[in-house]
Design a binder for this molecule. Structure first.
Ligand SMILES: C[S@@+](CC[C@H](N)C(=O)[O-])C[C@H]1O[C@@H](n2cnc3c(N)ncnc32)[C@H](O)[C@@H]1O
Length: 263
């Protein structure tokens, strides 16, 4: 019997990077950045402050924070996402700096930051054996004393309440159509989710690209997240449903925002 080796799936956020901004065209980056900016200000970090966007992706939040007056830098593990971020920055005549660094390399990023921000559940891409507390400890070295770590993460309770999900996104620009089918599988006992993304790019009726990316994510419960902040030397100053400011999260809130202060 001959064995045909399957071509390895490309790494997460490599080939799909060029499609990311189109697929998330409706994501309200400006509103989200304003929400975080208001949260930072209410905890003492005002426009003019230095802000590092960890796992910045294509830089969409970061460019909004720069518009709001912050001095911004971004870092990401994906060179392809950073290529898009740099092009986005150039189009906006941004002064942002970008660094090709993964979570494991945070200590190589510029220090003295007033805040480190990590958005769109990017922290869920941190996988064992690396731990949240170890990552937050590395982030703390990049902050000035009293600086803030702000992130949003998947709420384990809400992840477990959702059944195996299939989501389809279809976008068209001119005669090009981009189709993405995402199938997620939750491994409850491992607190992991695997998402298989199938992408297809068509020009008219012709398939120009057809590929798969597999993403591995970990999810955490709110008490685990809080404990990791505290273990790493942060005081948790706020825990909110993402994009809300006036109530405590419940088990149904999928995205939770956490604000921690380096003490
Ligand atoms: C869902 S995207 C979010 C990007 C951006 N923050 C946003 O809001 O659009 C997750 C990002 O995390 C990055 N990422 C995944 N694993 C990472 C790691 N180990 N270190 C740093 N960045 C990572 C990916 O390259 C990707 O850009």
């Amino acid at each position: 019997m001959t064995s045909r080796k399957r071509k390895p799936a490309p790494a997460a956020f490599s080939r799909s990077a060029a499609l990311y901004d189109l697929l998330y065209a409706e994501k309200p980056y400006a509103r989200e950045a304003e929400y975080i900016s208001a949260l930072l200000a209410s905890h003492g970090v005002k426009p003019g402050g230095r802000l590092l966007d960890l796992a910045c992706g294509t830089g969409r939040h970061l460019l909004e924070w720069e518009r709001l007056g912050f001095v911004v830098a971004g870092a990401d593990a994906s060179a392809d996402m950073l290529d898009v971020a740099r092009a986005n920055a150039k189009a906006r005549r941004s002064k942002a700096t970008f660094h090709h660094r993964a979570f494991a390399q945070v200590e190589e990023l510029p220090g003295g930051q007033d805040a480190v921000v990590c958005m769109f559940s990017a922290v869920n891409y941190l996988l064992p054996p690396d731990t949240l507390a170890a990552l937050f400890g590395r982030i703390r070295t990049r902050l000035r004393r009293g600086g803030l770590l702000v992130l949003d993460h998947w709420n384990g309770f809400a992840v477990l309440a959702q059944s195996e999900a299939t989501r389809v996104v279809k976008k068209a620009v001119g005669d090009t159509t981009v189709l993405r089918i995402a199938r997620s599988r939750t491994q409850t006992m491992e607190q992991r989710v695997e998402v298989a993304y199938n992408y297809m790019v068509l020009r008219g009726d012709v398939v120009e690209q057809d590929f798969e990316e597999r993403h591995q994510l970990a999810f955490h419960f709110p008490n685990e997240m809080r404990r990791a902040f505290v273990e790493a030397g942060f005081k948790v100053e706020a825990e909110l449903p993402f994009l809300e400011a006036a109530r405590a999260p419940t088990a149904q809130d999928f995205h939770i925002t956490v604000v921690g202060r380096a003490v």
